[in-house]
Design a protein around this ligand. Structure first.
Ligand code: APR
Length: 236
């Protein structure tokens, strides 16, 4: 086995061929909204209805899409690799889970969960959400919000991720533009540590591309399964 501990970071590009839009590259708008209007705590305070409608639409859309060959290849790597494979995703969709991925850290939260602003409990939430639903734990209302990390908020699982980056000997970044921190800085951390091989699999060079030791460009459904087969076959 060439690599014992593998860490993989995914972004919106891995879900693009499943039919979910990426964030950048479409005029800077998310589904026709400015980021500041739907993805900040201030936006939620100002207009909770708009923010709930935005995430309700995205949550409903999950029912219309399914995992693609790239998600499935990563799940195959997780079961077939004799060492550890930690998957970190910036995506809030559930396509990695549906493809069968086990160890998975949703650093930007999950569309299918809700959090109570009063008691901080987190719930599975497959339905629409609005300000008229009491918290199932403490009954506070209005209190529910999407369990999503908005701009200006601290991503989840930071300690676990830092520990994984220290231990890894192969870091793979897939489908991310490398423009949102802290995830955008992981390749620099890997580079500075100097102990892991790093690979970028993306449609086009990302902002951090020069820090990767290896780069392969093309659609995720092609480059990811090919690379996974190389790892499992001992060639990569
Ligand atoms: N295959 C591989 N890569 C693709 C594909 C594809 N089919 N389609 C697009 N890409 C690439 C794009 O070239 C781009 O580099 O995926 C990347 C997507 O970048 P972004 O839209 O910026 O998404 P991401 O990097 O995940 O954004 C990070 O920013 O907006 C916040 O919280 C949000 O998690 C998100 C974070």
């Amino acid at each position: 086995m060439k690599y014992r501990n593998i860490v993989i970071l995914t972004g919106a590009g891995i879900s693009a061929e499943s039919g979910l839009g990426t964030f950048r590259g479409s005029g800077g708008l998310w589904e026709d909204h400015r980021v500041e209007d739907v993805a900040t705590p201030e936006a939620f305070q100002r207009d909770p209805g708009l923010v709930h409608r935005f995430y309700n639409a995205r949550r409903r859309n999950l029912g219309k899409v399914k995992p693609n060959a790239a998600h499935i290849a990563l799940a195959r790597l997780q079961t077939g690799h004799p060492g550890s494979v930690i998957l970190i995703t910036q995506n809030v969709d559930d396509l990695h889970e549906r493809a069968g991925s086990g160890t998975l850290l949703h650093m930007h939260g999950e569309l299918l969960r809700a959090r109570c602003r009063a008691c901080a409990d987190v719930f599975d939430w497959p339905e629409d959400m609005d300000d008229g639903t009491p918290c199932p734990s403490c009954a506070a209302m209005p209190a529910l919000r999407p369990h999503i990390v908005w701009f200006g908020e601290m991503p989840f699982h930071m300690e676990e991720i830092d520990a994984a980056l220290l231990e890894t000997d192969l870091f793979i970044s897939i489908g991310t533009s490398g423009s949102v921190y802290p995830a955008a800085g992981y390749v620099a951390q890997i580079h500075a540590l100097g102990r892991a091989h790093s690979v970028e699999l993306n449609l086009e060079p990302s902002e951090g591309q020069s820090l990767f030791a290896e780069r392969r460009y093309g659609p995720a459904t092609e480059v990811v399964p090919d690379y996974v087969e190389e790892i499992l076959g001992g060639a990569a």
